[in-house]
Design a protein around this ligand. Structure first.
Ligand code: FAD
Ligand code: UQ1
Length: 439
């Protein structure tokens, strides 16, 4: 139940930092930093490290309410039993760069006209430069029956730390019937993850001699299997060879855990509702912009942080910048994109500090290691135009063991010791080097 409440109230952490004098007059402490970073996830910690190098640790603060920082990309493997959830987390205290101030609060309001931010415990923090890295919000509650249905067995979701182990439980308990996977009708982070767990389920059931008793169904709201045709074509071969049923334009709208039923709406014929009985259900929740950004003048019409897609500088407030899932940068939302964006944003901010117009040009680099079994990955890498932008001079549509090794063993090290320390800005230099002499 505690886990459920956390899912319902992602964000209602509350404490009081008010200072009261002897006459019980309460004042709200205020602080000022040259650079204030909102959110201590992948983008926030990475930029805190880079800003510490640029400005000095004492001039940087990061606002983040969570005690723990998670490496979310590994949750795909946690849901399939190949990694433990504990291996995905470290304390926030250990990842905030030394000397940088960690403000353990939740941002409630951003006021870019006054260059201030207000937190849930009543602090007002002013800044010279603001970096917004608040990620996105999960909306399990937008599916009827959720999040309560997570109290029941046979249902899980790799998208939250509270539910990822439930996917593994459901997979182990699978005996006979439908294994059903969903993809919502909203932007999502790591758009490959909803289908990766379907491939891992296939591989697990084959390994355990139960595949013949299973009907694997991947229902996606999208009109395509994957947004980049180059990889989508190869993925269609994968689903065919694994005997996975794919239904496009099918959106999960209700879960009935008592009957083990999932209800999907056909988005092309909204009156058409299909009920499917499940033996295992993996839910990818609807996602949306951070409520704090949506409620501020920093948002675009849809609620995402409104930045220039090449420089990552805010379109109306030149001392405000954004990185990662919270922005309206039109590329797939991934940690790989955060890596490439961090190098760009560092250069943009250097230009602003030097009083020069930023001339940085982010190309939209993003990557999705498509796990297709317990030892293979198809490494998708692409740009704003949904064109492949591949690091290795190989046909990356091929499922490879080396790429699985990279995803499962090398990427976590690169994340904790490279990206978060501000030392990894994406593979562009290596791509250029490796493609010397190739077309
Ligand atoms: P986050 O890392 O989510 O950080 C946002 C931070 O903001 C959080 O720490 C949060 O607590 C904090 N916050 C939120 N609201 C407030 C507030 N009001 N005040 C203060 N702080 C707040 N990416 C890849 O590159 N490759 C992959 O293979 C991959 N697989 C994935 C698989 C899964 C199952 C998932 C869930 C994600 C995957 N990703 C992958 C995506 C990747 O994890 C995200 O794109 C990345 O973490 C985005 O970084 P971010 O800083 O924008 O957001
Ligand atoms: C990457 O840079 C990155 O960020 C650390 C990821 O997130 C976990 C990735 O999944 C990938 C694939 C990259 C890109 C790196 C290489 C070496 C292709």
């Amino acid at each position: 139940m505690a886990a459920l409440n956390r899912l319902r109230h992602l964000g209602s952490v509350c404490s009081s930092r008010s200072v009261c004098n002897s006459r019980s007059v309460c004042t709200r402490p205020s602080e000022h930093y040259r650079c204030l970073v909102l959110g201590g996830g992948s983008g926030g910690i990475t930029m805190s490290s880079r800003m510490k190098r640029r400005l000095g640790a004492e001039h940087v603060a990061v606002v983040e309410p969570s005690e723990m920082h998670y490496y979310q990309p590994i949750w795909t493997l946690v849901g399939a039993g190949a990694k433990t959830v504990s291996s995905s987390g470290r304390s926030t205290a250990s990842v905030v760069p030394s000397g940088v101030k960690w403000i353990k609060s939740r941002v409630e309001e951003i006021n870019p006209q006054k260059n201030t931010v207000r937190t849930n415990d009543g602090m007002e923090i002013s800044y010279e430069y603001l970096i917004v890295a608040l990620g996105l919000q999960l909306h399990y509650e937008k599916i009827k029956g959720l999040p309560e249905a997570f109290e029941h067995p046979k249902i899980g979701s790799n998208y939250s730390v509270q539910t990822v182990e439930k996917t593994w439980r459901a997979l182990q308990d699978f005996r006979e019937g439908n294994a059903v996977f969903s993809f919502p009708n909203t932007p999502v982070k790591c758009a490959g993850a909803p289908q990766k767990i379907a491939y891992l389920t296939d591989a697990f059931l084959r390994k355990n001699g139960r595949r013949a008793q299973a009907n694997i169904v991947y229902n996606t709201s999208l009109p395509v299997l994957f947004g980049v045709k180059h990889y989508a074509d190869a993925l269609w071969d994968v689903v065919k060879s694994r005997d996975i049923t794919v239904n496009l334009r099918h959106n999960l709208v209700e879960v009935r855990p008592d009957k083990q039923e999932a209800v999907f709406q056909n988005l092309d014929h909204p009156e058409d509702l299909k009920v499917i009985e499940y033996e295992m259900l993996h839910v990818t929740p609807p996602m949306g912009p951070s409520a704090v950004i949506k409620g501020s003048s920093l948002a675009d019409e849809a609620g995402w942080l409104d930045v220039n897609k090449e420089t990552l500088q805010h379109k109306r407030f030149p001392n405000v910048f954004g990185i990662g899932d919270c922005t309206n940068v039109p590329t797939a939302k991934t940690a790989a994109a955060v890596a490439a964006q961090s190098a760009i944003l560092d250069r943009t901010i250097r230009s602003v500090l030097d009083n020069r117009t930023p001339d940085t040009k982010y190309d939209g680099y993003t990557s999705c290691p498509l796990v297709t079994s317990y030892n293979t990955v198809m490494l998708a890498e692409f740009d704003f135009n949904m064109q492949p932008l591949e690091t290795f001079p190989l046909d990356q549509r091929v499922e490879r063991r080396t790429m699985y090794h990279m995803k499962a063993h090398m990427m976590p090290q690169l994340y904790w010791h490279g990206l978060l320390k501000g030392l990894w800005g994406g593979p562009e230099p290596y791509r250029k080097l490796l493609h010397l002499g190739f077309k």
